[in-house]
Each structure stands twice: as structure tokens, then as C-alpha cells.
Design a protein. Sequence first.
Length: 159
Amino acid sequence: MKRIGVTGHRSIPGEALGHVERGLRAVLAGQGGPLEAFSSLAEGADQLFADIALECGADLTAVIPSGDYEDGFADAGALAHYRWLRHRATQEVRMDFARSTDEAYYAAGTYIADSCDRLVAVWDGLPARGHGGTGEIVAYARALGKPVTVVWREGVARD
């Protein structure tokens, strides 16, 4: 079974969204055979990746950073979608953090990088805005020697 994980931005600008979606579909559909997808199910890249992975027939592993993770969803629709995806996951891994902190996000991101054969990064190429951010997880995966596929529309800046 091939294992693909995701790291990515919570906010994907509209002018990049179609490109990102097509890129994720190409990566996930191009794997062939059984697939396990790892995602923290955060709003944005994580949820989009999880949706497409499920459409492709992948087993979904939800990697939950903390006990209060749901409290970090400001948008009711994103929270409902998180719960829907979590219910469809075949496996759930919960990091040992009571609260959502940068360290909890880092732990979840590094767990995904450690567990996958390939990391897909929905990433604008800029440095992480905080500990556990996309750029830091990409650097961590690359330091492990993991293949990293970056999906982003060139010339588009995130908010």
C-alpha cells in the first residue's frame, strides 16, 4: 500500500484553487493500487486532499493534533466538513496534546511526514509563518529524504 501525506495552507486563494485541485487529483489518481492518505483535516489543503483521496478510494488516516482541535475551526462549515471527514477515516491518530499549539501542529505534521512514502505540499514556497507551518514540515520531510511534491500555482500569493 502506498502512503501519501499532506501538508498545506489553510487558505488557498481562488485563483490557485482549481490548479491545486487538479494537481492533487493527478498525484492521488496516478498512484495505482491501494492507497493510504494521511491528513490532519484542517480547513483548506488538508480537507481538499482528504476529499480527493476518498474519491480515489484511499483509506484515510486522520492525524489529530490535540484534544481541543475542533475549537480552532472558526468557520462552522469547515468544522462540519472536518467532522464528516473524520467519520469516514479508517484510522485516527491523536497526538498527545490537550491544546492546539504550534508544537501540537508540528507533531502532527512530522508524524505525517514520518508515516508517508511521499508528502504532497500545497505550498507557496515561502517560509512557514509559525512553528509547524507548511514550509517547516516540507523541510523536515526533505531532511528525511522523503519525496515531496509541491502543488501551487506559480505567481499566486496566499493571503
